[in-house]
Design a protein around this ligand. Structure first.
Ligand SMILES: Nc1ncnc2c1ncn2[C@@H]1O[C@H](COP(=O)(O)OP(=O)(O)OP(=O)(O)O)[C@@H](O)[C@H]1O
Ligand SMILES: [Mg+2]
Length: 579
């Protein structure tokens, strides 16, 4: 079906003569066949957001509807790829078009020329349905890629074509059905189906002590990471990509500043995967919106990323979907809404911002896949609130849609306390569901220790206010001990160096052992102070400094070091009490 361009306002254009076309249908705009999507239909007038530069487009040019919604290509070759918001391969585009993207440059997402060795797991006569594994696709230098029957497809296998296949070539033929290739397509805005949701009682371990111990989320859970300019959102997302318990990472970079995304493009491929020693990119799919791409592509990018994440989930993988940052996505939504002349809501964002975010985060989850495996998509969305003000709409709408708030504080970042997660405002809604897991796997009494630690930090805050008024000298030794113990806890436990090889990630057992010792120190020093030992003498033992060094020990050495420290603490306190 073909229509005509009748109106243009930047990347939003209007075409007439498309009465049969549907909402979210993909169209090709103008002689150059620019990629676009229908975002509003009124009679035979369709409003279209164009994903490419529209300069030079003229009224009267043809607009052609495709009959298909905006979709991604899913298949072998995704891992290690870098795409733009509508899944065009950036490296190939750059090679072909020079350094910036040519228009109508519709290169397929997955390489059409590369041959994969298809090793079938089914034979003619087998009945297969959605989720059943058809076989594996292999190629040198790429991880084995399971080939699974897509959602909505079932039938009896008529023919199997083992051996060298390109992604579009039929690999399995079903009786009376369409041939199944290594590649499938999926509309990005539609959640992929699963058999059922699984309860959120397994943590998504991040390797960051402050998150895992104080504000854990489940595998399949969601967290929002608001942080003002330069508070460490990107570094945190990269640490999670490296260390979190995820088989596959989908990283959506939504930057605005021109150099921000080129930094990411530059840095990310150089990150090393601590599990393999190879590049982290080998288990990552990157979606990157560079600044010379129109806003509409940025709006689509989080859905593109999500559909790819769900595809790997459906193979039984644990997937981490990171978005940096959702504020840039929301700004794109605001811009499109303004062009549609919709009634603006708070701060100009459309009134449906909250429901869009909620529907998006709902696509996270741990599921039993159609094939009966267990898979998960965990989402971590950074937010860049202007001025770090958490009351702004994107933060607030995200908060209502997610299970945890990991708020980054400019004050902590300024003091170089990283990760700058503010323990006084962050929270998780999943703590109770996950408590059982931590008691079982990390250590008995984990929950009680965590509560004790949080009380200590709370007490520190109260005392700091008092001290500010009356001066530290007027505090009692017992109160000064609270300040000292809380300082040790902040600097030796909550703080974690992304650069120290032993400290960059922390397994729960190490965190538990550390936390236990920090609090033991506080309790026993408190008892000694109560028995009349001057705090000064306890601090002079130098044991506090040894506590601070625990973080830098490899996990395996921590129990031994903790036992030695514990023994020395007993001895020192006994000596001081005897004096
Ligand atoms: N965990 C960390 N360990 C050490 N340094 C860190 C850590 N996190 C952040 N930093 C320091 O803070 C700087 C800014 O961090 P980052 O780029 O992640 O901030 P951001 O919140 O993403 O900023 P923007 O708002 O510009 O996107 C880093 O370049 C680094 O020097
Ligand atoms: Mg950043």
């Amino acid at each position: 079906m073909s229509g005509t361009l009748v109106r243009m306002a930047g990347p939003t254009v209007v075409a007439e003569g498309l009465s049969g076309a549907g909402l979210n249908e993909v169209v090709r705009v103008g002689e150059e066949r620019l990629l676009g999507e229908i975002i509003r239909i009124e009679g035979d007038r369709a409003t279209i957001q164009v994903y490419e530069e529209t300069a030079g487009l003229a009224l009267g040019e043809p607009v052609e509807a495709s009959g298909e919604p905006l979709a991604v290509e899913l298949g072998p070759g995704l891992l290690g790829s870098v795409f733009d918001g509508v899944q065009r391969p950036l490296a190939e585009l750059a090679a072909r078009e020079g350094d910036f993207l040519g228009r109508g440059a519709s290169l397929p997402a997955l390489d059409r020329t590369r041959a994969w060795e298809f090793e079938p797991a089914v034979a003619p006569g087998d009945r297969v349905e959605a989720g059943v594994r058809l076989g594996v696709a292999r190629a040198a230098g790429a991880p084995d890629h399971p080939v699974v029957v897509p959602p909505g497809v079932a039938g009896r296998v008529a023919e199997v074509r083992a051996g060298a296949r390109r992604v579009e070539e039929p690999a399995v033929l079903l009786e009376g059905g369409a041939p199944l290739a290594l590649l499938e397509r999926w509309p990005v805005r539609r959640p992929r189906p699963a058999r059922r949701r699984l309860p959120p009682d397994v943590p998504f371990l991040t390797g960051q002590r402050v998150l895992d111990c104080f504000f854990p989320v489940s595998a399949g859970g969601t967290a929002v990471v608001p942080g003002g300019f330069g508070t460490g959102k990107t570094v945190l997302e990269q640490s999670l990509a490296k260390w979190a318990a995820a088989d596959v990472v989908v990283y959506v970079g939504c930057g605005e500043r021109g150099n921000e995304m080129s930094e990411v493009l530059d840095e990310f491929p150089r990150l090393e995967d601590p599990r393999t020693g190879g590049p982290l990119l080998a288990r990552t799919v990157m979606i990157v919106n560079t600044s010379n791409m129109p806003v509409a592509a940025r709006e689509a990018s989080i859905y593109t990323g999500c559909a790819i994440a769900e595809y790997f989930r459906d193979m039984g993988r644990s997937v981490a979907l990171m978005i940096d940052s959702t504020s840039r996505w929301a700004e794109a939504l605001r811009e499109i809404s303004a062009r549609l002349e919709e009634m603006p809501g708070e701060e100009g964002y459309p009134t449906y911002l909250a429901s869009r975010l909620a529907r998006f985060y709902e696509r996270a989850g741990r599921v039993e896949t159609l094939g009966g495996a267990e898979g998960a998509v965990t989402m971590v969305g950074a937010v860049s609130p202007p001025g770090g003000d958490l009351s702004e709409p994107v933060t607030q709408c995200s908060l209502r849609a997610t299970g945890a708030l990991w708020a980054l504080s400019a004050d902590l970042a300024h003091r170089r306390h990283y990760p700058a997660v503010d323990w006084s405002v962050s929270f998780t809604l999943e703590g109770d569901r996950l408590a059982g897991w931590f008691e079982r796997e990390a250590g008995d009494g984990f929950g009680a220790l965590r509560d004790e630690a949080r009380k200590l930090l709370q007490r520190e805050r109260e005392l700091a206010e008092v001290a500010e008024l009356v001066g530290t000298e007027s505090l009692q030794d017992a109160e000064r001990l609270v300040l000292e113990s809380a300082r040790l806890l902040r600097e030796g436990f909550l703080r974690q160096s992304a650069l120290d090889p032993a400290d960059a990630t922390c397994p729960p057992a190490k965190a538990f052992e550390m936390l236990r010792l920090f609090l033991e120190w506080h309790r026993r020093a408190g008892a000694a102070v109560g028995a009349g030992v001057p705090l000064r003498s306890i601090l002079d033992t130098g044991l506090g400094a040894r506590l601070l060094r625990l973080a830098q020990l490899p996990a395996a050495e921590v129990p031994g070091a903790a036992a030695a420290l514990r023994a020395d603490l007993s001895e020192a306190l006994a000596r001081l009490e005897a004096e």
